[in-house]
Design a protein around this ligand. Structure first.
Ligand SMILES: [Zn+2]
Length: 316
């Protein structure tokens, strides 16, 4: 038997097998057509899973309790990216310190910036704090295209989910009705959740807060809170004594009683400021998976709003 006929026979066998599997097991056939989606953060993974349902396989590179500006690159990330059909990123340079080299090194042409399998969701969202002038290093880690922590407004969550649903439908047109239906269900659920969150936060509109990093402009805007200062003297720059004293004076003067801190920052300075000012430190979650209770986008807001309302009540 020649090499060629044996390989032909083998190919025939594979076809027959695929046919049998397709007939007896639609589940297996479905598994073969699942889009492999990799996201930079857990929040984007959550939106992709919400609208993609069982037609996608979603994995996030960063964990929800990690600082998304600084993720340590691991070889396993390259493998994930190599087999991905779609890469979804936050953009606005949030991942600039770690993602671009992974994208170039993974050798997957389809997910390079600008390719069909690359989606930057900042294009769908309302972006705040876009710098008016020229951005220099002296300003700290300022993101020149605006604040990248935009997913922390449910309205932006809806827009991101919408954008992802459209992208999934473009990549897998046979499932477009399914993705649309899933998006509509997500959006409806978000409407209802948002009514409850707005009602819970309503008594605290206008309250002033200090935050560690500028992670919260979209969240505070949505719920009518006012950020009056940051513990970081400039974005990405650790707190120093002079700035800390200024923050303490300002908090005393303006009667600011709540300090919001992301889970990956040292609590030493926030706690010291709280002792001086009688304020409460609230470790608020910026991302899904930041704590084990925050298993999805809805639970993330449930968690954060419960902490916020408790802190505002305690410091009336
Ligand atoms: Zn940031």
């Amino acid at each position: 038997m020649t090499q060629r006929s044996s390989s032909l026979r083998f190919a025939g066998l594979i076809c027959a097998l695929a046919f049998v599997l397709g007939v007896v097991s639609p589940v297996l056939a479905r598994a073969a057509s699942k889009l492999k989606v990799v996201t930079s953060t857990t929040d984007l993974a959550e939106f992709a899973a919400q609208v993609g349902g069982d037609r996608v396989e979603v994995e996030s590179i960063a964990r929800g309790y990690q600082d998304p500006h600084f993720v340590e690159a691991k070889p396993s990330f390259l493998l994930k990216l190599r087999r991905a059909d779609l890469l979804i990123t936050v953009g606005l340079q949030l991942e600039i310190g770690w993602l671009p080299p992974l994208i170039t090194q993974c050798g997957n042409r389809n997910i390079q910036a600008g390719a069909k399998g690359y989606l930057d969701t900042s294009q769908f969202a309302e972006i705040l704090e876009i710098p008016a002038g020229i951005v220099t290093r002296a300003m700290g880690d300022v993101h020149p295209f605006g604040n990248p922590h935009y997913w922390l407004d449910p309205e932006n969550g809806r827009r991101i989910a919408r954008g992802i649903a459209t992208k999934l439908a473009e990549m897998q047109p046979q499932d477009s009705a399914y993705f649309e239906e899933r998006f509509q269900a997500f959006s409806k659920r978000l409407d209802e959740a948002q009514k409850a969150w707005d009602a819970e936060m309503k008594p605290f509109r206008g309250r002033k807060v200090v935050t560690y990093h500028r992670s919260w402009p979209n969240l505070t805007k949505r719920f009518g809170l006012e950020v009056v200062g940051e513990i970081e003297p400039r974005p990405g720059i650790p707190p120093g004594p002079r700035h800390t004293v200024e923050i303490i004076q300002m908090m005393k003067r303006d009667n600011v009683k709540v300090i919001l801190v992301e889970p990956y920052f040292d609590l030493k300075t926030p706690n010291a400021i709280a002792r001086e000012t009688g304020a409460q430190v609230v470790v608020l979650l910026p991302s899904v998976g930041g704590e084990k209770e925050a298993t999805d986008y809805f639970k993330l807001f449930d968690y954060d709003i419960a902490l916020l309302t408790r802190a505002f009540q305690a410091t009336q």
